[in-house]
Design a protein around this ligand. Structure first.
Ligand code: SF4
Length: 317
């Protein structure tokens, strides 16, 4: 089956006054129809750059190579006009800090109808009905359609942004850190909502997060990103219960315990490497307690084709 999103060999650099930042390095990632795929990593690992590169909204000083196919259409050279048509209509986006992304002084109804008008000719009454129906799907009372965003709570505004991303029934929704800045109970409800959206709208989703434990609950497959590379990929079961990469294992061990648990929380010590350098060794070296001599001199295999784990451990087994 043709993937909805098929990224191959995506490499992205940014030129700055400090030098070149090597942000994404030979990334392969795909999302199939009806799937929820997680892209997980620490802040600064390149996850949001991947989302913005797919949507072509971070093009300043950017150099990119590789392939981004959406519904079999190559997007790398699609052009500004085509990308504008695709964004919002065929690819929905829930941006980071999205509960603050709505204009607080413009009524919700207007923000929704403007999005519809950008893409489709529709009578005013039908636009209002579509807006109300979509708000209802995310459990926002449609009678509040003419309220201003500031009249809603943070969790409700997040729901409204999710509604906006799915308004025109896109084939793919990219949700960037959809639960950050929400308290645990609201987070859990938003996660459930994302799953409902995919099922009810027959869409697919790439969900980006630093929080493996929270997001894994709804994902079919997961990609783990470190320093701009995919370091492990697999089904949610493989990642959560049979992970092989030392970074994934540290992410799994660093979750916050539940109130009832008496476990010691292990953070991941050390910092990610600078994006200003190109490395001919494993980028996780300084933070890895299983490193050997080869890790200092040779890059591990890349997560492409059938390689699931980018690590020298397990090579030759
Ligand atoms: Fe650790 Fe070596 Fe694997 Fe890198 S390649 S994660 S340094 S064991």
């Amino acid at each position: 089956m043709m993937p909805v999103l098929d990224i191959q060999g995506l490499t992205v650099d940014f030129s700055t006054t400090e030098g070149i930042h090597y942000v994404l390095k030979n990334v392969d990632l795909n999302v199939n129809k009806g799937e929820i795929v997680g892209l997980i990593g620490e802040s600064g690992s390149g996850k949001s750059t991947l989302a913005m590169t797919v949507l072509d909204i971070n093009s300043r000083n950017r150099k990119r190579s590789g392939s981004i196919r959406f519904m079999n259409e190559e997007l790398i050279n699609a052009g500004t006009q085509r990308m504008r048509e695709l964004r919002g209509r065929h690819i929905g986006f829930v941006p980071q800090s999205s509960m603050n992304a709505l204009n607080p002084l413009v009524r919700v109804s207007k923000q929704f109808t403007e999005t519809i008008k950008d893409h489709i000719n529709m009578p005013a009454q039908q636009m209002l009905e579509l807006t109300e129906k979509t708000l209802e799907m995310v459990a926002i009372d449609p009678s509040r359609v003419n309220s201003f965003p500031y009249e809603f709570s943070g969790g409700q505004r997040q729901r409204i942004m999710i509604a906006l991303s799915m308004l025109l029934s896109p084939k793919l929704i990219i949700a960037d850190e959809p639960t950050t800045a929400l308290d645990a109970t609201v987070q859990s409800k938003i996660i459930d909502l994302l799953k409902e959206v995919v099922e009810q709208k027959h869409t697919s989703m790439l969900v980006i997060s630093h929080d493996l434990h929270t997001i894994s609950r709804i994902c079919d497959r997961i990609y783990i990103m470190y320093a701009g590379r995919i370091v492990e990929t697999g089904s949610t079961e493989q990642i959560m219960h049979h992970s092989e990469h030392p970074y994934t294992q540290k992410l799994l061990a660093s979750r916050l315990p539940l109130m009832s648990e008496h476990v010691k929380v292990k953070g991941i010590s050390g910092k990610p490497p600078s994006t200003l350098m190109e490395y001919s060794r494993c980028e996780f070296l300084e933070r890895c307690d299983r490193a050997s001599v080869i890790c200092k001199t040779k890059r591990p295999p890349e997560c492409i084709d059938n390689v699931r784990v980018a690590c020298h451990l397990g090579e030759g087994t």
